[in-house]
Design a binder for this molecule. Structure first.
Ligand code: B1M
Length: 227
């Protein structure tokens, strides 16, 4: 039952179907539950929110990416899928929040210069907020100097950088260098994530941590909090 619902969520992310009123990219699906109705059903059935996010939404976007590579779908199709994931995350957000917990620390998050991919960063934002961190989302396509200015103004404990393009991951290194040049590097712990980056890359550019997904980012920030 749980696997069936998660598999339908995946399929409907690929089809870019927000609600039951949507046709779907391949057409003919009006009336069948979309990502909104399926996510509501998953929550009502007691399916772990982590599985909904990792096995349903994130996996659906990955499969959509493969179809994009195969040229079966195009950029507007990816945007429909992105809208479906964003809508589901809004439904899941209240279930991640643990009421009554004290803020754990402040995190600034940004997608680096040249990169417009923000779905992963938005998921990390929601998970961190749900876990009690105060998160300021700086947005995407963020110049190193703008990030440095925000770190100076906001004085966060953590800075999270996201990149999805091999051509923009280098801007994570430039951002860390800009922090060093401005004398702020030792005031903030830097965590990086996104499909093209790795633990090794994080080490090579002098980041303090790497998260392979949103939950890993949470775990890494948690472990750095206690060091
Ligand atoms: Co683009 N895109 N895209 N895209 N896109 C990719 C990344 C690509 C792999 C698709 C492909 O060709 N196969 C490819 C990159 C190739 C490369 O660099 N090697 C690509 C390309 C080429 C492009 C364009 C250049 C296409 C074009 O215009 N010709 C263009 C670039 C625009 C730009 O940024 N300047 C482009 C545009 C777009 C859209 C705007 C259409 C759209 C983005 C919409 C949006 O974000 N608002 C889009 C999308 C949706 C994708 C794919 C399909 C999905 C990305 C995604 O959202 N994944 C992607 C293909 C794929 O991934 N297979 C692709 C789901 C998301 C939840 O996962 O972002 O990995 P992810 O985040 C995860 C983890 O990585 C991690 O946690 C998240 C949750 O688990 N994580 C962190 C992320 N950030 C983290 C930070 C952390 C810790 C963990 O700590 C701080």
């Amino acid at each position: 039952m749980a696997e069936d619902i998660i598999s339908l969520i995946r399929e409907n992310v690929i089809q870019g179907r927000v609600t039951r009123d949507d046709e779907g990219l391949d057409g003919g699906m009006v009336g069948q539950p979309g990502v909104t109705e399926l996510t509501e059903k998953a929550l009502a059935t007691g399916i772990d929110v982590r599985d909904i996010i990792n096995k349903g939404l994130t996996e659906g976007m990955k499969l959509m990416g493969q179809k994009f590579e195969e040229k079966a779908y195009y950029i507007p199709d990816m945007l429909s899928s992105a809208e479906a994931v964003g809508t589901a995350m809004k439904l899941l957000e209240p279930h991640l929040a643990q009421s009554g917990i004290k803020p754990k620390g402040k995190v600034l998050l940004a997608t680096v210069k040249g990169d417009l991919h923000d779905i992963g960063k938005n998921i990390v934002t929601i998970l961190l907020r749900g876990a009690g961190y105060t998160v300021k989302d700086l947005g995407n396509d963020m110049e190193p100097q703008s990030i440095v200015n925000a770190v100076r103004e906001e004085n966060p404990q953590f800075l999270g950088l996201s990149a999805l393009l091999t051509s923009t991951m280098v801007n994570m290194r430039d951002t860390i260098q800009a922090l060093e040049e401005s004398g702020l590097r030792d005031k903030v712990k830097v965590i990086i994530g996104g499909a093209p980056v790795s633990e090794e890359y994080a080490k090579s550019i002098g980041a303090d941590g790497y998260g392979s997904d949103g939950f890993q980012a949470l775990a890494v920030i948690g472990s750095l909090t206690s060091t």
